[in-house]
Design a protein around this ligand. Structure first.
Ligand code: ATP
Length: 236
């Protein structure tokens, strides 16, 4: 579905943030991208979404292929139209607008049928469709951010730390929803610091350190790996 080949990203003309990253997200899979703060995970997602290379000092090399076709030269809106939507870290909902207005702002490709699908996935958003989004709880806002990305009907969803700042029960809820979205046919690239959560639903995992992929294994193997346990799962 999605293939990143030898991606290099430089910020401010000198700072090499991605140092030749390659990864593959097979159709129908959930692929987890793990790594500490600053490893370059968000940068990778932004490169896939076409959000890099527009500011001074940003240099992007390498390629991003969607179903075998290069998309790295396309603008963000064109990439959304090709079927890739990103849920940004920190939710970025429009706090002054209602839940439904936020969903309808999910791009001009948004359709009524997609609204129904989102409300079916998140009954709570249907209940609260007229509520001001800024007053939703953190977990509800995360659901809304995911729902908004789904409004474009993506075949591939890029999620940037959906569990960030959520209480454990809500992390489990987000995990189950991501698994359900995937089960309904959407391929997922999941960036997470919560490695246990991500690997519990992923088919495959990549670990990034300072701009490089240092591990690339089936999710089950990563969950059982002692180094991963020590550094990312908080147990030895
Ligand atoms: P986090 O989980 O904290 O978001 P990350 O793995 O997603 O971490 P990135 O956000 O991709 O990492 O950042 C990688 C490096 O690039 C960091 O050192 C960060 O400070 C730097 N960086 C990120 N965005 C920019 C920017 N727009 N200009 C300059 N440097 C940046």
């Amino acid at each position: 579905m999605l293939e990143v080949r030898n991606l290099e990203v430089v910020y401010d003309d000198v700072m090499l943030v991605l140092r030749g990253v390659s990864l593959t997200v097979p159709p129908g899979s959930i692929v987890a991208l793990l790594g500490a703060n600053g490893a370059g995970k968000t940068t990778l997602l932004r490169a896939v979404s076409g959000l890099l290379g527009v500011h001074d000092g940003e240099v992007v090399k390498g390629s991003v292929l969607l179903e075998g076709e290069p998309v790295h030269h396309l603008r963000p809106a064109q990439i959304v139209r090709r079927g890739v939507s990103q849920v940004m870290e920190g939710r970025r909902i429009l706090g002054e607008l209602t839940v439904e207005e936020n969903l309808r702002a999910g791009g001009h490709t948004a359709r009524v049928s997609h609204l129904d699908r989102v409300y079916d996935l998140f009954p709570l958003l249907r209940e609260r469709r007229a509520a001001t989004a800024g007053y939703l709880s953190g977990g509800e806002q995360q659901m809304l951010a995911i729902g908004r990305a789904l409004m474009a009907g993506p075949r591939c969803l890029l999620l940037d730390e959906p569990s960030l700042g959520l209480a454990p029960a809500l992390v489990a809820q987000v995990r189950d929803l991501v698994a359900e979205i995937n089960r309904q046919g959407t391929t997922v690239l999941l960036v997470e610091q919560n490695a246990r959560m991500a690997l519990s639903i992923a088919t495959h995992g990549y670990v990034m350190e300072t701009g490089r992929i240092v591990m690339d294994r089936p999710a089950g193997e990563l969950l059982a790996d002692d180094d991963i346990k020590e550094f990312y799962l908080g147990t030895v």
